[in-house]
Design a protein around this ligand. Sequence first.
Ligand code: BG6
Length: 538
Amino acid sequence: MPPASTTIVPVLPDQVAGGDGARQIANPLREGLRLERIPEPCTMVICGATGDLTVRKLGPALYNLMLGGFLPPEFSVVGFARRPISDDEFRELLRQGIDQYSRNRPVKPSVWKSFSRGIEYHAGDFSDPGSYADLVKRLDRIDRDRGTAGNRLIYLAVPPILYPEIVKQLGAAGLAETGEERRDAKRGWVRVIVEKPFGADIGSARKLNREIGEVFSESQIYRIDHYLGKETVQNLAVFRFGNGLFEPIWNRRYIDSVQITVAETVGVEGRGEFYDQTGALRDIVQNHALQLMTMFAMEPPVEFMASDLRDEKLKVLRAVKPMTVADVADNAVRGQYVSGWVEGHKVHAYRDEPEVDPESETETFVALKLGIDSWRWAGVPFYLRTGKAMPTRVTEIAVQFRRAPLALFARAGAPQFDPNILAVRIQPDEGILIRFGAKVPGQGLQIRSVNMDFRYGSSFAVDSPDAYETLLLDAMIGDPSLFTRGDESERAWEILDPVLRAWAEGHGGPLHFYGAGTWGPPAADELLERDQRAWRRL
Ligand code: BG6
């Protein structure tokens, strides 16, 4: 969501740096899709610059922002990590990442030339004050040489265990202080982006908020949940609050239930050690799935300002009916995949993945039933499910509507057809689908469910930006709307705390096994069958 002051302007061909401007303007569907959102000059410091996240996501996102003409000319990147490599080696690492993972690839030499000029590498130890003192000198020099105006965006792309130490060191080196605080005109703003997972339970999340809060003010902290940067998630607000058609029916009177699915075909992808300590509840439900739920269920904010939006999202989380440890067995199902086939490939059992405990009890699948005790949603169950090694990769929110009041057509001999569905497909095939009953042409009365399908790809003929592009740009601009506030993150942990405790204490239902390439254990189906409902077949 753009900040209120953002203007939307069509971009002229020559404004698209290195882009295919002529083609873009020739296509009227692409007009008006670009925002005039050039951030102020700044330097981005990436802590953990040689890691996977930087190579797969951050490098490509910055490159695409550059390609789209969104970065200011005075922009610089400093990679900060322990590995002793040169500036050129770091540039090469980023370049390879872009060639492999960027949505626009391979790298365009002309764009790369100007982009790479602003990239430096700072080798240092995250626990050594000397590394930070040197970093300060480097950043001051970059400000002088490249005109980056003392504005700094610091990205913590490191394992969460390092956050407290790095934040403490940044504070001690004066790197968290803004120009205003220091009364120093040469210093500008300072913002810190913190990757997920933000804590591992309510206790550690509170502690982390406290530790970061001792150094940075809340307005400087950008807790990332990349799902909020996805186009379709942002479109949820436009869809609901911009269209008179849907808002009136977005409530318990018309909606029977809501299903949120985050299904992945991948397993743990070489992240066995991390995943085995984390599990699906912490990895996906606490953040991505609950954020999707809040965006879906929130009340309209007074204005599209970060504070209003985040207040409304928090209200949804606060209204989630508290579960007790004893309720967990009835409302949550956990599963772990055993070997099977996904998309024609043989997949080993989770317990056979490298760095996973062969007797691991970690869940790779979760199904959960939640209720939101608010005037809008009381009595409407929200079913959430997520899993690794599922048959297809799909993230969607599906709304099931109440049936028409009379089964009129059943009396005329037509069998009951499926309830109406509105499905917001977050990925892939981003779009919105409405499913309703229609008469099969011909004599007699036969009714079948049909789809009305809007697809981003065909309607806009434009590539959506990657979530990290949107979020990095927002952080540079200073718009925290799509980042999670500290209280939101804590509340999400509170909701899941009984589940985590029950499972850790060995009750709350057994760990069920499911074959890779299936939709989870039968217990997940039973969770809905008990309510006379079924998961949508995807
Ligand atoms: C991350 C999780 O946050 O999201 C991963 O840690 C998961 O386990 C990933 O694979 C999914 O993101 P996306 O954008 O591919 O749906």
